[in-house]
Design a binder for this molecule. Structure first.
Ligand SMILES: C[S@@+](CC[C@H](N)C(=O)[O-])C[C@H]1O[C@@H](n2cnc3c(N)ncnc32)[C@H](O)[C@@H]1O
Length: 216
């Protein structure tokens, strides 16, 4: 786990985490296991985001949820924990490389039965979902070039008042000074969202920036 974020110095972040819902043993184990993975360890959803995902899913009374980019399972675990009884989470990833870590955690947390993991390009999984507005909550944290398409597929399936959350909308600050292809994609995405009359957007300075998009 990173000890600071773009915006918050390490001591203040420690204070923030110490005064929010603490990590439990299952979350600490996923963090530990993910930290040993070469090159991709930093992909993991931060603890403060996990707590927020659970709270949002619970507050929305979510029965139908989607996680785009489930990786080693942290965000899916967080959302699944916030679902109301009988709720289902469709977790998407393009590879099952990290499925063993995720499944072990979901099993240990007692939420494995609520999670339907679909290994395929997420856009295919989303297009195959029922077309009517039934989703309460979704979280998107996969390939940034796909964000606009994910938004289009998810928003028409989201019920009024439902929320779609997008991670990494700051691109480590590079939305102000783009360097990579993915930075340009997120800049375009952020611009489009704020002009879309179907939604209200609140961009939060959580971790690497997280936009909450509510269907009006
Ligand atoms: C930043 S990680 C997600 C972190 C995760 N939300 C967590 O809680 O730790 C991005 C994930 O998106 C997946 N991914 C990338 N491109 C994808 C695509 N086109 N379709 C589905 N998943 C994709 C990657 O395999 C990776 O597991």
């Amino acid at each position: 786990m990173k000890d600071s974020t773009l915006l918050i110095p390490a001591p203040l972040r420690e204070y923030m985490l110490a005064h929010s819902v603490p990590l439990d043993a299952v979350q600490r184990r996923i963090i530990e296991q993910t930290s040993t993975l070469p090159r991709v360890a930093h992909w993991q959803t931060a603890p403060e985001q996990s707590a927020l995902l659970t709270l949002l899913a619970r507050t929305l009374g979510a029965r139908h949820a989607v996680d785009v980019g489930s990786f080693t399972g942290m965000s899916s675990l967080a959302i699944a924990r916030g679902l109301r009884p009988g709720g289902r989470l469709i977790a998407c990833d393009i590879t099952d490389d990290w499925t063993p870590i995720a499944r072990e955690a979901w099993q240990a947390a007692g939420v494995v039965d609520r999670i339907d993991l679909r290994i395929a390009p997420a856009i295919e999984t989303l297009r195959a979902l029922p077309a009517e507005p039934h989703l309460d909550f979704s979280f998107v944290d996969a390939d940034k070039e796909g964000y606009l398409e994910y938004f289009e597929e998810l928003i028409v399936r989201t019920r009024p008042g439902g929320i779609v959350a997008f991670d990494n909308v700051f691109r480590s600050g590079r939305v102000l000074k783009p360097v990579k292809e993915a930075d340009h994609a997120v800049i375009e995405f952020n611009k489009r969202l704020v002009k879309d009359s179907r939604v209200e957007v609140v961009m939060l300075p959580v971790a690497d920036g997280m936009s909450l998009v509510s269907r009006t």
